[in-house]
Design a protein around this ligand. Structure first.
Ligand code: PNS
Length: 177
């Protein structure tokens, strides 16, 4: 009886992987793929984050993540506002997941994990993406792409296409000013 109960609770385990994802990178997707091997359900939570002046709207980021995870049936992608811990509770998830690329990420991550735990009791687990992506950040991708550099090894194909389109529109706009 108790074994059955444990099994059904395990089936319901759900992790939220939050971020700005402006744009989603291959590093983010590597973390999602690792997460689905550990959790029966994974929700990728897109925070609009207007303070970071994102290049893509939250709706676009959700669409890009949905297309990049279309082959993963246990992954859902949603935008959220407000506090992350309230989103985690609303979704009835138990855990927050974050990717850690290097020790330098730790200070910021540690602060967020502690704040979230103190606010809610919800724990944060960290996953490391493949070493190939340790240097890849969304900011770096945008910087390289803005200067016409090749980012095909850093983002999924749909993001690459969208990135080129968005930057071309921006440069046309600034040229006509
Ligand atoms: O990809 P990012 O920008 O490092 O992700 C940061 C994010 C979205 C996870 C963080 O800013 C966040 O959780 N924002 C939601 C608002 C919130 O709960 N802030 C307090 C976190 S301690």
């Amino acid at each position: 009886m108790s074994t059955d109960k444990t099994a059904s609770n395990i089936d319901r385990l759900c992790a939220v992987y939050p971020g700005t994802f402006d744009p989603p990178t291959l590093g983010h997707l590597d973390v999602v793929r690792r997460a689905v091997r550990l959790f029966p359900q994974v929700i990728v939570g897109v925070f609009p984050n207007p303070r970071k002046a994102p290049l893509f709207s939250a709706r676009e980021r959700v669409a890009l993540l949905r297309s990049a995870t279309a082959d993963l049936p246990h992954v859902t992608v949603k935008a959220f506002g407000g506090l992350l811990v309230d989103f985690v509770r609303r979704e009835k998830a138990q855990v927050i997941l974050r990717g850690i690329r290097a020790v330098s990420d730790m200070e910021y991550e540690f602060q967020m994990a502690m704040a979230n735990r103190n606010l809610s009791g919800i724990e944060t687990l960290f996953l490391m993406p493949d070493e190939a992506y340790t240097y890849v950040t969304a900011t770096l991708v945008k910087e390289v792409a803005r200067h016409d550099g090749d980012v095909s090894g850093m983002v999924p194909p749909a993001v690459l296409t969208r990135l080129k389109k968005s930057l071309a529109t921006r440069s046309r706009r600034s040229a006509s000013r």
